[in-house]
Design a protein around this ligand. Structure first.
Ligand code: TPP
Ligand code: SF4
Ligand code: MG
Length: 304
């Protein structure tokens, strides 16, 4: 074979999003979840992306998506989604877009934008009843800029801006509760390591109309400080220890879709990640590990 001959084009895979060839970290849990979500949503999707790691997936003129992509400032993705939805609805109404060519409008945002600076725009979009799917991949920090703390950072975690012996002094905000307080059409937590649970939820969300929310926990090797092959195991441990409850909100009710029984101690999860290493070395911090355990216990105590 002539080594200088042009290579034949690579066959397109059955999934819509190519994980390789993108400038993302190996073992990215956000990408793991997005890969599965996009496989189900398909190419009739327009992503409205708030600046963050996933922005690197579509660097003009290259993109692994077969659908459309609009990049916005961090706080503005829900406003961008409103504009795109309105434009699509006008085209549909005028008969200039066939119903089968309609697109699902999907906000794709990190937790820094979702829990913090984008929250007002999100709240207003839900209140207006915007027909959109809102996906926040939660890597519990400002991943793209070096894992500074965000309002999703868990208590005690080390971040680029929380380097003391006890890590982040604050507490993770409950974005799921904030969303459900708005009475959306649907809300769910997911993780890429639980693909069946994720698939059921994304299929349900795709069938509904109105504001819909998906919150994937997104373990990430650089920010959480672990080796890339551990991503799926860390995702599973987040569920088994009860740190990441899998649940959904539909028709005004919150239902837990996987109740960990028996629940593993939280330290099984904490000790897999360097961001919690100061809880175990040079001296074990029983008080802080105990506090994290009691927060998780208190959550599950109120689940019927
Ligand atoms: C208003 C504003 N401030 C800061 C930045 C720089 N910036 C780009 S991505 C990013 C991190 C965003 O964090 P998150 O939303 O959690 O997404 P992740 O990087 O974790 O994917 C920051 C701070 C920006 N683009 N806009
Ligand atoms: S920093 Fe985290 S979210 Fe960003 S690409 Fe790397 S693993 Fe993924
Ligand atoms: Mg983030």
């Amino acid at each position: 074979m002539n080594p200088s001959a042009p290579k034949p084009p690579r066959p397109l895979p059955s999934v819509h999003l190519l994980g390789s060839g993108t400038p993302m970290c190996a073992g990215c849990g956000g990408l793991e979840a997005l890969h599965q979500i996009y496989d189900i949503l398909g190419e009739k999707t327009v992503f409205i992306n708030a600046a963050g790691c996933m922005t690197l997936l579509a660097v003009y003129p290259f993109t692994p998506f077969r659908g459309s992509w609009l990049y916005t400032a961090m706080a503005s993705a829900p406003a961008g989604a409103q504009g795109v939805r309105d434009a699509l609805d006008i085209l549909l109404e005028q008969g200039r877009l066939a119903p089968e060519e309609n697109l699902e409008v999907v906000v794709l945002t990190g937790d820094g934008a979702a829990y913090g600076m984008g929250l007002t725009a999100t709240s207003s979009a839900i209140e207006r009843g915007l027909n959109f799917l809102y996906i926040c991949y939660d890597n519990e920090g400002y991943g793209n800029t070096g894992q500074q703390y965000s309002e999703a950072t868990p208590h005690g975690a080390r971040t680029a801006t929380s380097r003391g012996l006890t890590g982040f002094p604050g507490y993770k905000k409950d974005l799921f509760a904030i969303w459900t307080a708005h009475r959306p059409a649907y809300a769910a937590t997911v993780v890429g390591a639980e693909p069946l649970d994720l698939a059921r939820k994304i299929e349900k969300a795709a069938r509904l109309r109105g504001p819909r929310f998906l919150l994937p926990l997104a373990p990430g090797p650089p920010g959480w400080d672990y080796e890339p092959p551990l991503t799926a195991e860390i995702g599973r441990l987040a569920v088994k220890t009860g740190i990441w409850p899998l649940k959904e909100y539909v028709d005004g009710q919150v239902i837990h879709t996987k109740i960990p029984r028996p629940r593993l101690p939280v330290e099984e999860y904490l000790k897999t990640q360097g961001r919690f290493a100061h809880l175990f070395q040079p001296r074990r911090n029983d008080a802080l590990i105990g506090e994290i355990q009691s927060l998780v216990d208190a959550y599950w105590d109120q689940v019927k």
